[in-house]
Design a binder for this molecule. Structure first.
Ligand SMILES: [Zn+2]
Length: 254
């Protein structure tokens, strides 16, 4: 009797979690409403430069992400004056679990569960957010200009972006943050193993003749094709667009 009851309760919890996951995924693909995106800064290396940078962050610093989503939504025919609202939240002090060193499927699943558990213990954001973007700042001048890889999970709608403290990197940081936010909405990467944008879905204007150089970067391809074997990082979101395939994945296109 007790065993059956325990199993029933467990199944109920699992069903609730699954239902919330599906409902959350639907909400972030419904562009007729305002999608609330909360940005939580974190200090990735405990350096004074990073702490100072985080203390100086302002809401306006993330406005270009909101504007980018609005412009792209309108370009894809969404008739909503404010499809996304980005809000800066207080900094957090517990870092998320580090991604696995190996690239095995099981390692990835365990890490994803640990990450969702970590995120579940963090604030929901104010106003209560549909998407939480955790932005980890690193003083990359101390690490040879490198920061760890970033990740965006559609299950749990969690984006983890590793970005640079240096002010001259702030615009490219926001390209990374926007890319990971779009992953939480269901967008997939559009670059190949060589990191070059895939044709046609990774090209902002696949119908252009000649196809390269492209004028813009498709945000999920992450780079602007310069030639068939060369691509460059965009300097800001003003050089990026949401391509047709990404728009379809995130519900901006039927
Ligand atoms: Zn990606």
């Amino acid at each position: 009797m007790w065993k059956k009851l325990r199993i029933a309760i467990l199944l109920l919890i699992l069903a609730t979690v699954a239902l919330n996951t599906v409902r959350g995924q639907q909400q972030v693909r419904d562009w007729s409403h305002t999608i609330q995106i909360a940005i939580f800064p974190l200090n990735g290396d405990d350096s004074p430069a990073t702490a100072q940078r985080i203390a100086g962050l302002r809401q306006e610093d993330f406005k270009d992400i909101e504007d980018f989503l609005a412009e792209q939504a309108h370009a894809h025919g969404i008739d909503n004056p404010r499809p996304a609202l980005v809000s800066l939240q207080p900094a957090l002090d517990t870092l998320p679990p580090a991604p696995p060193r190996q690239h095995g499927m099981l390692d990835a699943i365990i890490w994803s569960l640990k990450l969702r558990y970590w995120a579940w213990r963090q604030p929901a954001g104010s106003p209560s957010a549909h998407i939480r973007a955790f932005v980890i700042f690193h003083d990359s001048e101390r690490t040879g200009g490198r920061v760890p890889d970033s990740h965006g999970l559609s299950k749990g709608r969690i984006a983890i972006s590793n970005v640079h403290v240096a002010r001259n990197m702030q615009y490219t940081n926001r390209v990374v943050i926007a890319h990971e936010i779009l992953h939480t909405m269901g967008a997939t990467d559009k670059y190949g193993p060589d990191l070059l944008p895939r044709f046609p879905e990774g090209y902002a204007e696949p119908e252009a003749h000649p196809p390269t150089p492209q004028r813009f970067c498709e945000i999920m391809a992450g780079r602007t094709p310069v030639s068939g074997h060369e691509a460059r990082m965009p300097e800001s979101l003003s050089e990026c667009v949401i391509g047709r395939e990404t728009a379809r994945e995130i519900g901006m296109q039927p």
